[in-house]
Write a protein that binds this ligand. Structure first.
Ligand SMILES: Nc1nc2c(ncn2[C@@H]2O[C@H](COP(=O)(O)OP(=O)(O)OP(=O)(O)O)[C@@H](O)[C@H]2O)c(=O)[nH]1
Ligand SMILES: [Mg+2]
Ligand SMILES: [Zn+2]
Length: 312
């Protein structure tokens, strides 16, 4: 019996890395279903597993998945009740954001942050491609940094292309297991290459027609960092489908609302139409950012929430 950590999954094959750094391709023994989670992938990158050797030790068979410290899940597609475990056993979730080529909306950012809050995983915003900034993008960038750092999310601004601020980024990643997420084309793989040049991961072009990436990375993969820690590069995602279905919990996942909501007149206040709502008052006087509040409303109205109790 051997132990290791899943560093890559293609769906049917899993690459497992042992403590000594050696890698072995494994299959799954039978049907694995983790109780309470209905996912397209029962085993995810980051999972600690037990395996046995088959066929003269060249491949393995995963026989057990150890209990996860945490995991982060998103809904696979808008209409599907299926969900996808992006990764497990992670120390921090890093969202790569770009203001151009492609542009990441605050709606996408907030859905990601809400999910990280739901799983109690520390989240960080990493703004890439700052070399593309003109006056207008620079102003927009300053506003974004102000919004998110003021509610407690660390923000980093880098350029994978020019190598700007990579020392800070390395300090952030050192000795931790970090998940990189974001739209296709934001430079997730380019960033991994920039801080760990030996890896030479494939990166893609940006389509000139759509100003979007071309989904170059097909499977999540964990890479060992020479200066300590691991980084998980993932395929770009179009939208971040929320798994949550309890509307009353959404406000708690906005740290700035969490702080105010106890002063609302009604303790089941949804902060939408109720009188004497401390959250709405804070939006009016500018203490809570308007775009964050509007994204909160948008999340409440999400189609995802119409599928209630999908798990049962
Ligand atoms: N100008 C500029 N371009 C960058 C920067 N970082 C990455 N790019 C370019 O953006 C394109 C996409 O980069 P990738 O690293 O493939 O993006 P990705 O996020 O891994 O995309 P997927 O694998 O499709 O999810 C490439 O052409 C990179 O050269 C940057 O800091 N500045
Ligand atoms: Mg990539
Ligand atoms: Zn309220």
């Amino acid at each position: 019996m051997f132990e290791g950590i899943v560093i890559k999954s293609t769906g049917s094959w899993f690459t497992v890395m042992q403590n000594d750094g050696s890698k072995i391709n494994c299959k799954l023994k039978g049907q694995f279903r983790i109780k309470g989670i209905k996912t397209t992938n029962p085993v995810a990158v980051g999972d600690k597993v037990e395996f046995i050797h088959v066929r003269d030790e060249s491949t393995g068979l995963i026989t057990r998945i150890f209990e996860r410290k945490n995991h982060i899940i998103r809904r696979s597609t808008k209409l599907s009740a299926q969900s996808h475990i992006i990764a497990s056993n992670i120390d921090q979730a890093v969202l790569i954001v770009t203001h151009a080529q492609p542009r990441t909306s605050t709606g996408f950012i907030d859905r990601f942050l809400v999910t990280a809050e739901a799983y109690h995983i520390p989240a960080v915003l990493l703004i890439n491609k700052i070399d593309l900034f003109n006056e207008e993008l620079k102003n927009y960038h300053d506003k974004i940094i102000q919004i998110y750092s003021s509610v407690g999310y660390p923000c980093y601004s880098v350029s994978a292309l020019k190598g700007t601020n990579l020392t800070q980024l390395k300090n952030l990643l050192k000795d931790k297991i970090s998940l990189l997420s974001g739209h296709s084309g934001v430079g997730k793989s380019a960033l991994v290459n920039a801080i760990e040049p030996g890896l030479d991961i494939k990166t893609g072009e940006i389509s000139h027609v759509h100003n979007k990436g071309k989904h170059t990375t097909a499977h999540a993969e964990m890479h060992k960092l020479s200066f300590g820690g691991f980084i998980i590069d993932t395929p770009g995602i179009k939208e971040f489908g929320l798994l949550d279905f309890d509307k009353n919990e959404v406000a708690e996942r906005f740290p700035e609302m969490r702080e105010k909501m106890h002063d609302c007149k009604f303790n089941n206040c949804t902060h939408v139409h109720e009188p004497d709502c401390a959250v709405k008052k804070a939006v009016e006087d500018g203490t809570i950012n308007k775009s964050r509040y509007l994204n909160y409303l948008s999340i409440l109205n999400d189609k995802y929430f119409e599928i209630v109790d999908w798990e049962k």
